[in-house]
Design a protein around this ligand. Sequence first.
Ligand code: ZN
Length: 321
Amino acid sequence: MEKTMEKPYTVGIDIGGTNTVFGVVDARANILSHDSIKTKDYPDIHTYVNTLAERLMVLIDAAGGIDTIKGVGVGAPNGNYYTGQIEQAPNLPWKGIVPLAQLLKDRLGVPVVLTNDANAAALGEMTYGVARGMKDFIMITLGTGVGSGVVVNGQLVYGHDGFAGELGHVIVRPGGRLCGCGRHGCLETYCSATGIVRTVHEVLSSSDEPSLLRNIAPEKVTSKDIYDAAEQGDKLALEIFRFTGTILGEAFANFIAFSSPEAIVLFGGLAKAGHYIIDPICEAMEANVMPIYKGKTRLLVSELKDSDAAVLGASALGWEA
Ligand SMILES: [Zn+2]
């Protein structure tokens, strides 16, 4: 409660390849105000930081000024908690190493803490979401890529270099699909949004079965489209969910052996496909997990609103500042 007496708010910033979303948040997870800018419009990092700081100050001033802000938390792809740098993020406009936390701190004059986006999501779930009160869980974000945040004994695992927990790049099919990381068969190549598009391609072209998915350009198919088709009893849609869920479940059985989590928390579009995806995940997980772990790890779906989750997750980091 001390934090609320000192400074009542934090700022959460989520940097994505398309948008940067930010907001002022109180200790009860109310987002007082939020705004966004298009990340892609700022190839120059200094212009980006200037614009972000200006737009942020409008929100901060409305909340009562910079003295009400305990800290700023930032979630970004390849964000390094130790260095405050974004390092070699393939989907952001800035190449190499960007000292983002320092640049923002210089502009705002308050502490800035940075981590990768999936770690921020894990903190958001632990602070405000379905993982409240849990000390051991794994967050899996199913989006453009597959990200993860591993919480052990109440703390995020960062590893010696700040990059621990890239479970999306665990190889689940040796020699399988080519991944953006340059290797083959990563979980991400099957279970990210783009991975599912690849599966749709494969399933549709290897069968003559009629499917509602044939009415959509294959590269545009989303998990929502597959869900809608599954709701109509579409056989191939169900097959796609089963294929994807089985790979996820097999991978989770291995993750469980690493940290024995109380729960695996899923976030992202695919996680909204309900029992179509959850059932095959659970089946494959229970079929492959070591006997001592059987039936012990819950599979949970985030209940935070998409639009809020990223800002809340990053803002949770702001209290640490
Ligand atoms: Zn990979």
